[in-house]
Ligand binder design. Structure first.
Ligand code: CP
Length: 304
């Protein structure tokens, strides 16, 4: 019985395997339509979500399985003080696999220690979001045909942006990756990730506050939302929230084959005028997330 709490729980070979399965699901959806017949996915969401929860649920339905769960802590016994450990033990009696989102870093890990079924981290606080990374990897692979020799710019809230942390971890294992970290000083990538991931693996990276200056170098621009829910102080959020707004003018010097990514939800970071630009990939990420979650459910349930 295996859980996925961190993207590093999956080897590079396993990530490549998931990409292959997702590509096959896209080509041959009917082949997979009954693979999870009789199986149940529990979606335990203690924090709001549109894409992650609904794509997990759509993924299980498209595999022929069923779904149960809750979409807010208030509608579960957590509101009465039940622990994550007891919730995980309880849900193990009703379902075959759990996808859990929680505002506290480490909560899905605690769940995995107590569950008797696989647990998937669907986002824990400002920490990690491994299945968004799966969506991002499939997008990168389908757009670029490779994971190595890419210059990847991350822009916005790199401090609290859990999707950034997980994708940096995933890409750190490929060769020829250069990271360009674009953020206000207050929202820089946490130093523990710089030390333990970038510096430990001798990865090339630069930090800047100026998006336009680095734009011409980028193969991928990964925009992010400033994470209001993680701020202690509303004044700081209001001051920083519009630090970067991508408009068509700002793409003047960008590569013709730049891939513009964003995990969504978008607030103000990307002008809607960019949605029709062929380089915009963020709604492809939404769709690919479902296929990668299908591939992951099959893997963790050990279904061929
Ligand atoms: N990308 C992402 O996690 O979106 P949701 O918060 O809507 O699930």
């Amino acid at each position: 019985m295996r859980s996925v709490i961190d993207i590093l729980d999956l080897t590079v070979e396993e990530l490549d395997g998931l990409v292959k399965v997702a590509d096959d699901i896209i080509e041959n959806p009917n082949k997979y339509s009954e693979k999870c017949k009789g199986k149940k996915l529990a979606t335990l969401f203690f924090e709001p979500s549109t894409r992650t929860r609904l794509s997990f649920e759509a993924a299980m339905y498209e595999l022929g399985g069923n779904v149960l769960g809750f979409s807010e802590a208030q509608s579960s016994s957590a509101a009465k003080g039940e622990s994550v450990a007891d919730t995980a033990k309880t849900v193990s009696c009703y379902a075959d696999i759990i996808a859990m989102r929680h505002p506290k870093e480490g909560a899905p890990l605690v769940a995995s220690y107590n569950a008797t079924i696989p647990v998937i981290n669907a986002g824990d606080g400002g920490h990690n979001h491994p299945t968004q990374t799966l969506a991002d990897l499939l997008t990168i692979h389908r757009e670029k045909g490779r994971f190595d020799n890419l210059t990847v710019g991350f822009c916005g809230d790199l401090k609290f942006g859990r999707t950034v942390h997980s994708l940096i971890n995933a890409l750190s294992r490929y060769s020829g990756i250069k990271f360009v970290l674009i953020s206000p000083d207050e929202l820089k990538l946490p130093s523990y990730i710089k030390k333990e991931v970038l510096e430990k693996n001798n990865l090339e990276y630069v930090q800047t506050t100026n998006l336009e200056e680095v734009m011409p170098q980028l193969d991928i621009l990964y925009m992010t939302r400033v994470q209001r829910e993680r701020f202690f102080n509303e004044e700081d959020y209001l001051r920083l929230k519009d630090s970067y707004i991508l408009t068509p003018e700002k793409l003047t010097n960008a590569k013709k084959d730049l891939s513009i990514m964003h995990p969504l939800p978008r607030v103000n970071e990307i002008s809607v005028a960019i949605d029709e630009d062929p380089r915009a990939c963020y709604f492809k990420q939404v769709l690919y997330g479902k296929y990668m979650r299908m591939a992951l459910i099959l893997k963790l349930l050990e279904i061929e």
